[in-house]
Write a protein that binds this ligand. Structure first.
Ligand SMILES: Nc1nc2c(ncn2[C@@H]2O[C@H](COP(=O)(O)OP(=O)(O)OP(=O)(O)O)[C@@H](O)[C@H]2O)c(=O)[nH]1
Ligand SMILES: [Mg+2]
Length: 205
């Protein structure tokens, strides 16, 4: 997904760089290209419109600082606006020396399992030690899905294929990871209200 974004944004920037001159039409075209690229990468529509509105306004109205060509300035504006969106630093508030636990909740099909594995990969790349607990006892194949997705980033997934009691899986999982120097434990759940309620009550204890 992000590779696609890189390519399409790269193409949009190339258009600007290769153009013979910057005019309003070209800026509008850049804005459209960026919109298309971001939307295809699932960026929230409102955010996309906000970014491209800023991009257009700034590209049309700002005078480049001395030493910067109009083209370079526009590329810089695009970069600014995108890093505002993506954040240019990771802001995690993990407690050092503790196993920080993140429970993924959400209605079915909302992307919990996908987020769990992407987060596992992302955090691992950032240098955090991550473990994952698969506590979705509802969806068939949930554990296999999670394990497959986490395999590539070498993150261990704890799960119990034949246990239907998610709080007990979480408990055993936490116990399993207890002696490992993990920074973060991600917990994938089924996203069913009743079960999560039990799970949260269980976690409270
Ligand atoms: N387009 C798009 N699809 C996504 C995204 N995240 C997940 N999906 C897809 O949405 C579907 C459901 O994703 P899951 O991660 O399995 O969702 P879940 O919340 O774990 O679902 P349940 O376990 O059934 O509750 C899958 O087909 C994913 O490939 C996303 O950010 N964008
Ligand atoms: Mg799931």
């Amino acid at each position: 997904m992000l590779d696609g974004l890189k390519t399409s944004l790269g193409d949009a920037i190339k258009k600007i760089v290769k153009s013979s001159g910057i005019d309003e039409e070209l800026i509008k075209e850049l804005s459209k290209d960026v919109q298309r690229a971001l939307l295809q990468s699932d960026v929230n529509v409102r955010l996309v419109l906000e970014i491209t509105k800023h991009l257009e306004e700034r590209a049309l109205n700002e005078t480049p600082p001395p030493g910067l060509s109009r083209k370079d300035h526009i590329v810089k504006i695009l970069y600014d606006e995108l890093s505002n969106l993506l954040g240019n630093e990771s802001e995690f508030d993990f407690k050092p020396g503790k196993q920080n636990k993140i429970i993924l909740l959400g209605i079915q099909g909302s992307g919990k399992t996908t987020v769990a594995s992407k987060l596992a990969k992302f955090l691992t790349r950032q240098g955090y030690k991550v473990g994952v607990i698969g506590a979705d006892t509802y969806r068939p194949g949930a554990l296999v899905q999670l394990k497959t997705m986490c395999e590539k980033s070498n993150v261990e997934v704890y799960g119990e294929e034949n246990n239907k009691d998610s709080p007990s899986i979480v408990q055993s999982g936490l116990k399993h990871f207890e002696d490992q120097p993990l920074d973060v434990i991600l917990i994938d759940t089924a996203g069913r209200h009743k079960e999560e309620q039990d799970l949260l009550e269980e976690m409270d204890r």
